[in-house]
Design a protein around this ligand. Structure first.
Ligand code: CA
Length: 231
């Protein structure tokens, strides 16, 4: 079972923070609230969340923008996606937020549905495997801490790209992924990769998986899927 994604909400307006927290909890997330920079820092030291919702205007002299820059530069928080919340809708501010390392930007007032959609999109794009997370599909196991993959208890050897691809597929078992979705979500910002590259790595992944290779299925005209029922 995957743990519920943890979201750190850094927002000084308690009514907004509470509203977000209630809705996140209702939709399967674990919210943690912090009302300013120092308490957010403390929360991060306790546990690294899957995503940070960061308000731009915070009390105490440290802006959300400065926090975003700081967290991007620290190894502990470098990989954590940041979604900025702000009352500012100006283009230069938006660019400043993205430059500081935010993954996306949402302008207040926003609807809960819009916020949830943005959170899910950011998580899908980044989808870093949480350290120590274990994924299990059928007899296939993947350990995010040791980077070990095994099938029916036998350790398998995978290249780094195959490992990344497999961990993505295992995080969303049974779902069909098109080649362009895989490029976007597994290869990320390396924009110059052709869709054919996906096929090459899928082929290598199947070979590396041996008997479990049949779990990686081709869905004609649609893409690829990892299924617990090997065909
Ligand atoms: Ca604020």
């Amino acid at each position: 079972m995957r743990k519920m994604p943890q979201v750190l909400i850094v927002e000084d307006e308690s009514a907004i923070a509470e509203l977000i927290a209630i809705n996140l909890r209702h939709h399967g997330f674990t919210p943690v609230c912090a009302e300013d920079g120092p308490s957010a820092q403390k929360a991060l030291e306790d546990s690294v969340p899957d995503l940070i919702l960061l308000d731009w205007m915070l009390p105490g002299g440290t802006s959300g923008l400065e926090l975003a820059k700081r967290w991007r530069s620290q190894s502990r928080t470098k990989q954590v996606p940041i979604l900025m919340l702000t009352a500012r809708g100006d283009e230069p501010d938006k660019i400043a937020g993205l430059d500081a390392g935010a993954d996306d930007y949402i302008t207040k007032p926003f609807s809960v549905q819009e916020l949830l959609a943005r959170i899910r999109a950011v998580l899908r794009r980044r989808a870093p495997l949480s350290v120590g997370e274990e994924l299990k599909v059928g007899a296939l196991h993947l350990n995010g801490a040791t980077h070990q993959v095994s099938y029916q208890g036998q350790t398998l050897k995978l290249g780094p790209m195959e490992f990344k691809l497999l961990s993505h597929l295992m995080q969303h078992p049974e779902r069909v992924h098109s080649r362009s979705q895989l490029l976007d979500q597994v290869w990320g910002d390396d924009a110059y990769i052709e869709e054919r590259t996906v096929d090459v790595h899928v082929k290598r992944l199947r070979q590396a998986l041996g008997e479990a290779g049949t779990m990686v299925q081709t869905v004609r005209g649609a893409g690829y899927r990892l299924s617990a029922d090997a065909q």
